[in-house]
Design a protein around this ligand. Structure first.
Ligand code: B3K
Ligand code: ZN
Length: 884
């Protein structure tokens, strides 16, 4: 663990190009029972682009390494020629060009940080992004140093028959003492964060892909033998991703082999190492029996995401870590486009926007708020955030909207061609878009540097005697840490005006501009702007920010009747759904007031009847109907509604609304359940997924009544389901109820699935998110369960993460027990896995959103954590949380 004596802030403004470059690296990694030796051969030269580089000392970084020896140009380096200060190895008096040989010893089996080289269930694997390579050897661990790597991996053959690294295998052989080796050569130069190595006893599934230019690529998926039946979907997703990137972006794969390895202990979803992706098992393994539809979707999108990085990230990489969104924002956008093309565009958009509004908006209004391109950090791992990823993707999406599909493609072609093999900046990306399209995006660039979610206040007016509809936008962004003043942004607002028949009216501005009927967009560039539409012969209903065309908070008052109208007529699927959400929120606000005033709950019949119509109409997109019926989550409402968050009122209003709707629509819900009957065979396609999601949304409603009939329905679905989507939906509905049958079902589910780690994660998650008052006691008891492991990020997320993130009413208990529980876990995890500990601690950064009592309780826990000896990861989050 790194210690935080004086955690240093790294600043973008202090970026300097490296004094030295490393042209080639040969790594010799020798795995022994108790330690691993790493012998690194480097070809180093002074950076010709830095005039002052020559004669400077060479400074390499290394963490937790035992240095066994160094040679420069073949001669052992005398002790007075180098020194080690903390993490820096400085070598004095180096020539302009020389070789270095560095021998180090590391202890992967003791590495629980899951960064660098570590062991997961007996298998050696690496995670080097962002700065894990320094835990393997001394190096210039920064992304603007790109080198050609060869890697020799050596290990006992019986225990580790599979030895992998980046690129192509060029040599293999047996050695004495039952050891063997393989040499890998990666022809592409890369930064060390893309280095990977695997040694283990793994089974492999193989396939092939022929690229557009006719090259054959061997595809390999390495898993534990027990998981061989869960590889098909990932392999299929990979082939579809490869074909899609050729078709949509003109990007072809460049090596002869593409390997994916599934690892159970992994901090994130997956890692795009060149030619050797390493995946969390949760993002690669899937089959009908063990994986929900949501799990299938996740596998498809993460497989695509990592594959797309081969161009957006690997061939063109980041100059420094402040530019992280250059590869992450762009690649998330690309995987979102891919998922939209594979399934339902609208449903994908709804899910992505929901997540953005719940998680990213919260981050952007708290103490960790930072621009898409941050200005500073203490620990870069803390900046793999939803702002860098998801808001970054929204920024790219806005460019896509402004350039249009073809213009965007011209821009991306130029970007890839111009910067292939380079480490570049977000600015270079925007520049390529500008140059390819002959446009000026100067103002638009502010999206990269300005933090915070813009508020967009909209007012409109219809003047009937002039046939004119005018709409006024006012944008403001609240101050964020380090940025007290905010400037107006360039905001594309997609818009439609609906006539009384529900059809879109033709849009012509008062200056004569006719908006493109296929993509009508207003471009805001000032703090306040009014647009006037002429020739509007009737009072229209405006549909604003269609497709969520910009990541802003929209404030536009519309009557409930208008929302109901949009809900059934808007030609934009996203806004149709959004109208139903807005109407639902209005009704929830009624119920929250009733709860607070202890009055009986009354549900506006407009919502009830709209839902009745949705349930009855089989001609509608059934996936959309399911989405519209899903109530906004408590976390979404906590972010959306005025502060302090009314934790209990939100919970009781939402539960009350579910029950009232279930009561009022019982018959219709039952009819949908009958109509969407369970299929004996599982198929993963748009229609089948839609049908299951609609059935299960209805099942959850019915079970809120928890009567005998509903319970029997759930029990029979639980028993008869032939796939995890249906089984888990029934399991969740029962486990979250007050019915006594649940005890048996919870025990039964574990018994059935105890040998499937990913299903056990679901089992933990369902119990951790139960709204019943015994949830925290159960979570605490489950921490002692045989399947729980404090060294497994998946288990921590499933139990501790699910309780603290997805169970607001229990986590925010007024006695503070939820907060104390989380703080205990953060303190324990700080020593085991700082990255995971730091992720968990972000939950406590939101104290300012809560009432005095809760805020004080959270702050007390933050203070308790801060008194510990902390990793820089946790230190950065906790200190920023306390200093807001
Ligand atoms: N690039 C990796 C994330 C690495 C996280 C380092 N803490 C996965 C991805 O975004 O594809
Ligand atoms: Zn990524």
């Amino acid at each position: 663990m790194k210690e935080n004596n004086t955690p240093k802030t790294i600043r973008l403004s202090e970026y300097q190009a490296p004094n030295y470059l490393i042209d080639t690296v040969h790594l010799d990694v020798r795995i022994y029972e108790h330690y691993t030796d790493v012998i690194s051969h480097l070809a180093v030269r002074a950076n010709p682009d830095v005039p002052t580089a020559s004669g400077q000392p060479l400074e390499l970084v290394g963490v937790e390494l035992e240095l066994l020896g160094i040679e420069q140009d073949g001669a052992t380096l005398a002790l007075d020629h180098f020194r080690i200060d903390g993490e820096v190895l400085t070598i004095k008096d180096v020539p302009d060009q020389f070789t270095l040989l560095i021998m180090t010893r590391i202890h992967p089996k003791q590495n629980t940080s899951l960064e660098g080289l570590y062991v997961s269930k007996g298998m050696y694997c690496t995670q080097c992004e962002a700065e894990g390579f320094r835990k393997i050897t001394y190096y210039l661990d920064r992304p603007d140093v790109m080198s050609r790597f060869t890697t020799r991996v050596e290990a006992p053959k019986q225990a580790y028959p599979v030895l992998l690294s980046n690129g192509n295998p060029v040599e293999r052989g047996d050695l004495d003492d039952g050891r063997h080796y393989v040499i890998w050569e990666d022809p592409f130069k890369k930064p060390c964060y893309l280095f990977a190595l695997v040694a283990g006893d793994l089974s492999v599934v193989e396939d092939h892909f022929t690229t557009s230019s006719g090259r054959d690529v061997l595809l390999q998926l390495y898993v534990e033998p027990h998981d061989l039946d869960k590889c098909e979907h990932a392999m299929d997703s990979l082939k579809r991703s490869m074909a899609w990137d050729e078709e949509v972006y003109g990007r072809e794969y460049d090596l002869d082999i593409y390997m994916i390895v599934a690892v159970s202990h992994f901090n994130m979803g997956a890692m795009e190492n060149k030619g050797l992706n390493i995946f969390n098992t949760s993002c690669v393994l899937a089959n009908a029996k063990t994986t929900t539809d949501m799990g299938f979707q996740r596998v498809e999108s993460v497989i695509a995401h990592e594959y797309f990085h081969n161009w957006s990230g690997n061939r063109v990489t980041c100059r420094d870590w402040f530019q992280l969104s250059l590869k992450e924002g762009f690649t998330v956008f690309r995987d979102q486009q891919f998922s939209a093309d594979m399934g339902s565009e609208t449903v994908n958009r709804i899910d992505d926007v929901n997540m953005l509004k719940t998680v990213q908006f919260a981050e952007d209004s708290g103490p960790m708020s930072h621009p898409v391109r941050p200005d500073s950090y203490i620990e870069i791992n803390n900046f793999y955030t939803t702002t860098v990823y998801e808001k970054g993707a929204e920024v790219v999406r806005m460019i896509h909207r402004l350039m249009g599909k073809d213009g965007f493609r011209k821009g991306s072609d130029l970007y890839f061609e111009r910067h292939d093999g380079q480490a570049v900046t977000c600015d270079d990306f925007v520049q390529a878009m500008e140059d390819a399209n002959g446009v000026d995006l100067t103002l638009f660039r502010r999206w990269y540097s300005q933090a915070g979610t813009p508020h967009l206040k909209v007012t409109s007016e219809y003047v009937s005697d002039q046939n004119q509809f005018s709409i006024t936008f006012e944008q403001t962004t609240l101050p964020t840490p380090g940025q007290p003043e905010k400037l107006p942004l360039h905001i594309p607002v997609a818009i439609g005006l609906l006539g009384a028949d529900g059809k879109d009216l033709a849009l012509q501005l008062s200056d004569g501009t006719v908006l493109d009927p296929l993509n009508p967009v207003l471009e805001l560039k000032q703090a306040k702007q009014t647009f006037r539409f002429n020739g509007i012969k009737e009072q229209p209903v405006a549909s604003v920010l269609r497709g969520f065309s910009a990541p802003v908070k929209l404030f536009y008052e519309q009557e409930r009747a208008e929302l109901a109208f949009l809900m059934s007529h808007d030609s934009d699927g996203f806004n149709r759904w959004n109208a139903s959400q807005r109407l639902t929120v209005e009704v929830l606000l009624d119920l929250m007031s009733a709860y607070q005033e202890q009055k009986p709950l009354y549900v506006d019949s407009l919502l009830l009847e709209s839902f009745r119509a949705l349930l009855a109409d089989e001609s509608l997109d059934q996936a959309m109907v399911a989405k519209m019926l899903e109530l906004p989550t408590e976390q979404f409402l906590a972010e959306l509604l005025p502060k302090p968050v009314q934790v209990d009122a939100i919970h009781h209003a939402r539960e009350g609304l579910k029950r009232e709707l279930a009561c009022g629509l019982r018959q219709e819900l039952q009819q949908v359940i009958n109509r969407c009957h369970m299929d004996p065979e599982y198929h993963y396609n748009v229609d089948a997924v839609a049908k299951r999601s609609l059935r299960n949304v209805c099942l959850a409603y019915v079970m809120t009544l928890a009567d005998d009939e509903a319970t029997e329905l759930c029990l029979s679905q639980y028993r008869e389901a032939g796939n995890m989507t249906d089984q888990l939906a029934a399991f969740r509905a029962l486990a979250h109820s007050e019915r006594s049958e649940k005890t048996q079902v919870i025990a039964d589910f574990y018994q059935q699935w105890s040998s499937e780690a990913l299903v056990v994660d679901q089992w933990f998650m369902v119990q951790a998110s139960s709204p019943q008052p015994d949830a925290l006691d159960n979570v605490q008891a489950l921490m002692q369960h045989e399947a729980f492991e404090m060294t497994s990020p998946n288990k921590i997320r499933a139990l501790i993460g699910a309780f603290c993130n997805n169970n607001p009413v229990n986590f925010h208990r007024l006695d503070g027990a939820g907060y104390a529980f989380l703080a205990d876990q953060i303190i324990a995890l700080n020593n085991i896995n700082p990255q995971v500990a730091s992720r968990m601690s972000t939950i406590l950064t939101r104290w300012a959103n809560y009432d005095r009592v809760r805020a004080d309780l959270i702050k007390a826990q933050l203070t308790r954590i801060k008194a510990e000896k902390l990793s820089p990861d946790v230190y950065e989050i906790v200190s920023k949380a306390l200093n807001q």
